[in-house]
Design a protein around this ligand. Structure first.
Ligand SMILES: O=C(O)[C@@H](CO)OP(=O)(O)O
Length: 215
């Protein structure tokens, strides 16, 4: 059975400052680098064979720390990028106008095709994330891949595997450098396809990052 590990990147400067990143980027903080080292140790013990990362800077930085520990290369895949948050990227969450906050809420309240102007919808995000995950099925037998991606992107992927709508992603708390695992199973009597083994595990971190609502 194929087991795929999912890691959110380490804490960044803008995570710590409560600024919206989306497909814009900021570097890992010192704490973010330490988190990456800690999840890298866990990945090494798990025997990861392939690391596939979103091509944004913060995930590449995290993936290269993990790759060093696991002794494998990193393949970049733009389908693993964070949701495109359009005109709100780089803004402080606390400085949004009521109208802007309304655009942001549309992503998670079930508005059909809800999106921030110039941005992407959660359904579009879930389709590209699902397609990046399905590409793991083409890896050689015995592979144990690890994907490095983002909070909303991974939340959306795991939610849709559970049969929840794409916009339910905020029901999952996926902290920086948390580890999730999804398995591909084929069984005549259980659900065939992807199943969620674990989501948001931070037991390898000495001090879990606060999530956006707690900072
Ligand atoms: O883009 C952002 O601001 C956050 C949202 O969760 O994503 P991440 O920090 O995981 O890239």
């Amino acid at each position: 059975m194929l087991q795929v590990y999912l890691v959110r990147h380490g804490e960044t400067q803008w995570n710590a400052e409560r600024r919206i990143q989306g497909q814009s980027d900021s570097a890992l903080t010192e704490k973010g680098e330490q988190q990456a080292q800690q999840v890298a140790e866990r990945a090494r013990a798990l025997g990861i064979t392939h690391i596939i990362s979103s091509d944004l800077g913060r995930t590449r930085q995290t993936a290269s720390i993990i790759a060093q520990a696991c002794g494998c290369d990193v393949t970049l895949d733009a389908r693993l990028r964070e949701l495109d948050m359009g005109v709100l990227e780089q803004r402080h969450i606390d400085g949004l106008t009521e109208e802007e906050e309304g655009w942001r809420r549309q992503l998670v309240n079930g508005t059909p095709d809800g999106r921030i102007p110039d941005g992407e919808s959660m359904v579009e995000l879930s389709e590209r994330m699902q397609s990046a995950l399905n590409a793991c099925l083409e890896l050689p037998e015995g592979s144990r891949p690890l994907l490095v991606s983002h909070g909303m992107a991974l939340g959306c992927l795991v939610s849709t595997i559970l049969g929840l709508p794409a916009w339910a992603e905020r029901r999952l708390r996926l902290r920086n450098c948390s580890l999730s695992r999804v398995d591909y199973q084929q069984s005549p009597w259980l659900a065939s396809g992807w199943v969620v083994e674990t989501a948001g595990d931070v037991s390898h971190l000495d001090a879990p990052a606060l999530d956006e609502m707690q900072r």
